[in-house]
Design a protein around this ligand. Structure first.
Ligand code: SF4
Length: 487
């Protein structure tokens, strides 16, 4: 199965498996070319202001699986259920689902366990999670401390699984193992594939796995137009929905970073076809995605009719948005392929994409398909992007990049990035819910958000006038945002 081996307890981290990098500056076309064969020479950053860890991405997926519990085998400071709780509650509301609690316990590894081992404490915590929550599955997340002392999480899971009669799924997401926090997504999917997904009892020719986050449900109404049903996984799904992933006819996702590893594994192991097209962001990519989806589900004619009808339906609002946004300059700062998605929509709206920064870059994907290489698609469909960089947040770099390039609007996904844009006086749009800006309506939705942001420019000017940035004059006046990167 290529890079995928479900017989091992943990998945190889992205850094090695698909050549993920976190530093680069140059052009998009150069990055595409150097990425073929994983030959990008990644600059070393000699100063780092902040970072994040794989466990955060693992939490994003596991905390909001309905009916499941999570045991975090770590010191207390490693887990942060509150953030996911807030995001998850918003998700349940927009999907009309009943409110849901995060069911999590930390083993609170202390100095004593780091010396004598923490397996006994882990066993107690798993039993406590079972008693308190009556869950349908328990995820056990590792951490740096658990990994360094070498606690045998697998044995605890194997020992307790028959006793509790539910899946107990070890997730190996130790922060030190990968410089890319997105490795936490792969760690969760690897655990789900090993321990939850079942051999298909039957095949459902209308069921499509859609790998997404806890956003609104834009997919069910769209799929109904084609007689399809989405299996929306992973956050807010149930353990039963995860077990049924093998019964779907095909899989698709809202970004390659999230969905390619699991989709590839489902295709290789259970014959669940991976939809080979960029995610449905922007008119042209949505057309390609609908065609690939309809080919995989045997609905080619219905797909062509739907494309024509959707183009007609959004023709007028799209025209108006293009008139207002044409020539406006956009800068994109977001996670790997989601940044490509945002850039493609911005171009669709007639905007000039004057720069993109992605939080990491995967040189290849887990699939062999060129159709999933969205950076290549972006360059081929809309031309090169001269100012293209890869940077794992780092506000000290962002401030300089934005001040230097001066876009009209900053498109982001993450809260802390939008704040940096706001502080330097740029209309900053936070497109957090990826589902809101997906499909044909998504282009209109993002266009309207951008117009709102531009109409508030006075607010951004005021914020910038009153904010004191925590950087020295030397750094702010220095021309080069990448001064601390060396090859
Ligand atoms: S797992 Fe490691 S990197 Fe992640 S929060 Fe804990 S100590 Fe930090």
């Amino acid at each position: 199965m290529g890079n995928i081996n479900l017989n091992t307890t943990s998945v190889e981290v992205r850094d090695h498996r698909i050549g993920t990098i976190i530093s680069y500056h140059g052009s998009a076309s150069q990055l595409v070319e150097e990425s073929r064969g994983k030959s990008v020479r990644e600059p070393k950053r000699t100063f780092t202001q902040c970072s994040d860890c794989s466990q955060g991405c693992a939490e994003t997926l596991t905390y909001m699986i309905r009916g499941a519990a999570v045991v975090i085998h770590s010191p207390l400071g490693c887990c942060n259920p509150a953030v996911q709780y807030v995001a998850g509650q918003a998700g349940t509301q927009v999907r009309n689902l009943p409110p849901q609690k995060v069911q999590a316990i930390s083993t609170n590894i202390s100095i004593k366990e780091t010396v004598y081992g923490g397996v006994a404490k882990l066993r107690t915590a798993v039993l406590e999670a079972y008693k308190r929550f009556s869950p349908s599955a328990i995820f056990v997340q590792s951490s740096c401390a658990a990994g360094i002392i070498g606690d045998d999480i697998e044995s605890v899971a194997d020992e307790l699984e028959p006793e509790l009669n539910i899946p107990i799924i070890p997730i190996y997401c130790e922060g030190f193992k990968s410089k890319t926090w997105a490795s936490g997504f792969d760690a969760v999917f690897h655990g789900v594939l090993r321990k939850i997904v079942k051999e298909p009892k039957t095949k459902d020719k209308d069921l499509v796995n859609v790998f997404n986050f806890q956003g609104c449900d834009a997919f069910t109404p769209f799929f109904e137009k084609l007689g399809l049903k989405p299996n929306l996984v992973v956050p807010l799904s149930t353990v039963e929905m995860l077990a049924r992933m093998s019964e779907a006819v095909c899989s698709t996702h809202i970004c390659e970073t999230l969905g390619t590893y699991v989709s590839e594994a489902l295709e290789k192991k259970y014959g669940v076809v991976q939809v080979k097209a960029p995610s449905p962001y922007g008119i042209d990519w949505t057309d390609q995605w609908v065609r690939a989806l309809c080919e995989a589900t045997g609905r080619k004619e219905a797909g062509e009719k739907l494309i024509a009808a959707e183009h007609e339906r959004i023709k007028e609002p799209l025209k108006k948005l293009r008139e207002k946004l044409s020539g406006k300059k956009a800068y994109i700062f977001a996670g790997h392929s989601y940044a490509h998605n945002l850039a493609n929509i911005a171009r669709d709206l007639g905007m000039e994409v004057i720069g993109v920064t992605t939080l990491h870059h995967d040189q290849i994907t887990d699939s062999d398909s060129e159709e999933l290489n969205t950076l290549d698609k972006l360059v081929k469909s809309g031309g090169d992007i001269k100012n293209f960089s890869v940077c794992n947040r780092q506000p000290y770099i962002m401030v300089k990049l934005l001040k230097k390039i001066k876009p009209d609007v900053l498109l982001t996904r993450h809260n802390n990035i939008a704040v940096v844009g706001t502080k330097v006086g740029i209309a900053s749009i936070r497109a957090t819910d990826a589902n809101v800006i997906a499909l044909y309506d998504g282009v209109i939705n993002l266009g309207n958000r951008i117009l709102e942001g531009l109409s508030s420019q006075k607010f951004y000017d005021n914020v910038a006038a009153h904010v004191k940035l925590p950087y020295t004059q030397w750094w702010l006046q220095n021309e080069d945002p990448f001064l601390f990167e060396t090859r």
